[in-house]
Design a protein around this ligand. Structure first.
Ligand code: SF4
Length: 384
């Protein structure tokens, strides 16, 4: 009886018209998305928040097939080494950084690099993801010497290193331009620039969680210059804390707009990688009670809307390290075509609670179990 009353109430003529209106609007947006017509903020929000889950996945999967036809899924072997854990920025979501003088503060020694790179080569990899804190004592000379030394010792080593906040910091510290810092790093051996430190490209959010770090316009400017210098880059998003859904969509549109500025023959952003905030023991969670809002369906929706909005970025990577096996597998049906790296020794997100780990064999098994064909690639997304 109750069910009949609810049914009658819901299917009032007015409600029916609202449903019809929404589904007509969604149909129009699906059509636009499938024609690769860039969606504006309002249209992106409408799809992100109103499209039924399976329809959003379907559209994103069709676009994945457009950009990367077939059943292959990329993965790679690389190693994360943190240059230093001393960082003046003290972002409230970071459980990795230390203040200068802390008992466990460090700057990685050359002997440690050698040991870690030897292990990486033994496992068949040749790329280092070099990241760290913004240590006020380390200037551009420290990084150029380090890169040169590593390349001299290991000529085939690929350096995927630093990120826009470090580049902005070095430019300010040295009183020089972003262009000059990047030129010096490239000439010392930098091969590609990670999209680290993007978090959410909204200064409202950044002022609250990472006020000492590069602003959103500074982050974009570093990438703009990197694209002009034709060094491959990636774009990222760390979400799931204090940002709004609208700010997530704005972030995607800022990335797409910047990618539009590059020439056809420049690398630009090769991939986009969203991952959720890990809250374990972070100041954001301990001091301010802000917990990660991550949940798997929301991640899948974000992967899908990223594929739909980012009409000009070929690869979408699911962060299996932070979301785990099942969500990573499902992402491959929602627009993602890559599961990233086995990432030997990741310290930053694991310090905040991401404890998923995969060997090379395990990662390939996950891809096969999801119904795809694993293809090992390098940082330029070239098959190796
Ligand atoms: S997230 Fe990066 S910039 Fe922020 S405190 Fe940690 S190491 Fe420093």
């Amino acid at each position: 009886m109750n069910k009949i009353i609810i049914f009658r109430k819901f299917f009032q003529p007015g409600n029916y018209l609202i449903i019809l209106f929404y589904s007509m609007e969604l149909e129009k947006l699906y059509d636009k998305a499938l024609k690769l017509i860039p969606l504006d903020e309002e249209e992106g929000m409408a799809l992100y928040t109103k499209a039924p889950f399976e329809e959003l996945m379907f559209i994103a999967n069709r676009l994945r097939q457009y950009h990367n036809p077939g059943k292959t899924v990329g993965w790679m072997i690389d190693r994360n080494v943190n240059i230093t854990n001393i960082c003046f920025s003290q972002c409230t979501f970071c459980n990795f950084c230390r203040k200068k003088g802390s008992q466990d503060a460090y700057i990685t020694s050359l002997d440690d690099y050698k040991r870690k790179i030897d292990e990486l080569y033994t496992l068949g990899g040749n790329q280092l993801l070099l990241q760290g804190g913004m240590n006020p004592d380390l200037g551009i000379g420290f990084y150029t010497n380090l890169f040169r030394k590593l390349k001299e010792l290991y000529p085939s080593l690929m350096l995927h290193a630093l990120g826009p906040p470090e580049i902005v910091f070095l430019a300010k510290k040295e009183g020089t331009s972003i262009h000059n810092v990047l030129l010096q790093l490239i000439s010392a051996g930098l091969d590609s620039l990670p999209g680290a430190g993007a978090e959410i490209l909204s200064d409202r959010v950044r002022k609250i969680v990472s006020p000492a770090k590069a602003t959103s316009e500074e982050w974009l400017e570093v990438m703009r210059v990197a694209h002009r210098l034709n060094i491959p880059t990636s774009a990222t998003m760390m979400y799931g804390y204090i940002e709004t859904q609208k700010e997530r969509i704005e972030h995607l549109i800022k990335i797409r707009n910047l990618q539009d500025e590059k020439n056809k023959n420049q690398y630009g952003f090769i991939t986009f990688i969203p991952w959720p905030f890990q809250d374990k023991s972070t100041a954001l969670s301990k001091k301010y009670g802000i917990r990660s809002t991550y949940n798997p369906p929301d991640y899948i929706r974000l992967i899908a809307i990223s594929r739909i909005i980012l009409t000009n970025i070929k690869h979408i990577q699911a962060s299996i390290l932070t979301v785990g096996k099942e969500t990573g597998m499902l992402s491959l049906y929602a627009g993602a075509d890559d599961l990233g790296s086995i990432m030997i020794e990741e310290n930053v997100v694991s310090a905040a609670g991401a404890d998923n780990r995969f060997s090379a064999n395990e990662l390939q098994s996950v891809i096969k179990e999801a119904g795809f064909l694993p293809v090992r690639r390098n940082q330029k997304y070239e098959k190796i």
